[in-house]
Design a protein around this ligand. Structure first.
Ligand code: GLA
Length: 358
């Protein structure tokens, strides 16, 4: 990393920080409804290194993309990846921090565009690096809140706070139970003998942005019709009876998904936890309608495989990755068998977590 920085800028960075990507085990499409989520960090990290530049403008180099961009606060970068970094810089400046022009170097080990929070990892790593460089009095929750704000205001994604809280606070050994309304949180052990497997479906998330915004609006509409601040305030599905059919199904997903998260954190058996993941997928497919036939096929192959306790799509849906809870000793066999069967059925998947089992 430091050698990469040196090769580009011809000197050493003054600060360097990293942040992990994350995968959500349960609690999908609940964060923007003030509900519960259960993400866990993945080993892959994004690293950001910076130094104050003598130049009048910012320079940003993205190692994996081999792309360099220059920008100022008056002339923001056009490249999409740079908007996440620019958002963090611009937001700090708006909050009164004097941010000098910087030479910045980014290296992302987090797979991009598959719902493993690569944008949150980039934002959190950027903010951690700036905290170090400029001695900013920000704690890890504030870093997550700034990161979310930067994504909404400058990258134009109206996301919830799960990804940023997970990247800023989660670890790779235990899941993070987070109440997105109060930000109360605690670590939860995975059931004994189990481990997390993540496979990419290879399906591009082409409808993700529009689908996400529509679902969000539907939830807000349902909450309004029910006279509550958000769907978090409903805890029984029979309270949804007055809603029109499609809103009823959307809201039912959110209410049952919140209940699944709270049930999962008390599971001592991996099989019980896995059943909840299977039920989550069915709900995302049938009630929330954010799955695709390809994701359903990959999830079904995982669910049918010996050594798998449960599986589901993870993240917003419409493509991207699937997560499974597996017997810890069976990961390699499961991944190989499922990816081979998926390929036979016409899919092109790959293993993302663990990243060293190929
Ligand atoms: C995306 C968003 C998250 C969350 C998930 C769905 O990944 O970034 O905030 O809403 O979708 O659970």
């Amino acid at each position: 990393m430091i050698s990469g920085f040196e090769a580009i800028y011809g000197g050493l960075p003054e600060a360097q920080a990293s942040a992990p990507g994350c995968v959500n085990l349960l609690g999908e499409h609940t964060d923007y409804n003030d509900g519960y989520v259960l993400p866990i960090a993945i080993p892959q990290q994004t690293i950001v290194a910076v130094r104050c530049s003598g130049a009048p403008q910012f320079s940003l180099y993205a190692a994996e993309l081999r792309q360099s961009v220059q920008f100022t606060f008056e002339a923001p970068p056009q490249a999409h990846f740079a908007s996440y970094v620019f958002g963090c810089l611009a937001l700090l400046r708006k909050r009164g921090v004097r941010v000098p022009p910087l030479d910045m170097f980014v290296s992302s080990g987090v797979p991009i565009g598959v719902e493993l929070s690569s944008s949150a990892a980039l934002e959190v790593a950027t903010l951690r690096c700036l905290r170090q460089l400029l001695n900013l009095p920000l704690d890890d929750v504030q870093i997550a809140q700034f990161a979310q704000r930067a994504e909404i205001d400058y990258a134009g994604v109206h996301c919830g706070i799960m990804d940023q809280m997970a990247s800023s606070l989660a670890d790779t050994d235990r899941a993070l139970l987070l109440d997105t309304r109060t930000l109360a949180r605690r670590f939860v052990n995975l059931p004994p003998g189990s481990a997390v497997l993540v496979l990419d479906s290879g399906i591009a998330r082409s409808l993700a942005a529009s689908g996400y915004n529509t679902r969000r609006a539907e939830c807000e509409q349902a909450a309004q019709l029910l006279g509550v601040a958000s769907l978090r305030d409903i805890d029984r599905v029979n309270q949804l009876a007055s809603l029109p059919e499609s809103l009823h199904r959307r809201a039912r997903h959110v209410v049952t998904e919140n209940a699944r998260v709270l049930e999962a954190v008390n599971c001592t058996e991996a099989s019980a936890f896995g059943e909840l993941m299977n039920a989550s997928h069915a709900s995302l497919r049938d009630d929330y309608e954010v799955s695709t036939p390809g994701l359903d096929a990959l999830v079904a192959l995982l669910q049918a495989q010996d050594g798998v306790f449960g599986a589901r799509l993870t993240g917003a849906g419409f493509g991207g990755a699937c997560v499974a809870l597996c017997e810890s000793g069976a990961m390699q066999t499961v991944a190989r068998a499922v990816l081979a069967a998926y390929q036979k059925a016409g899919g092109a998947g790959r293993q993302l977590v663990p990243s060293d089992l190929n």
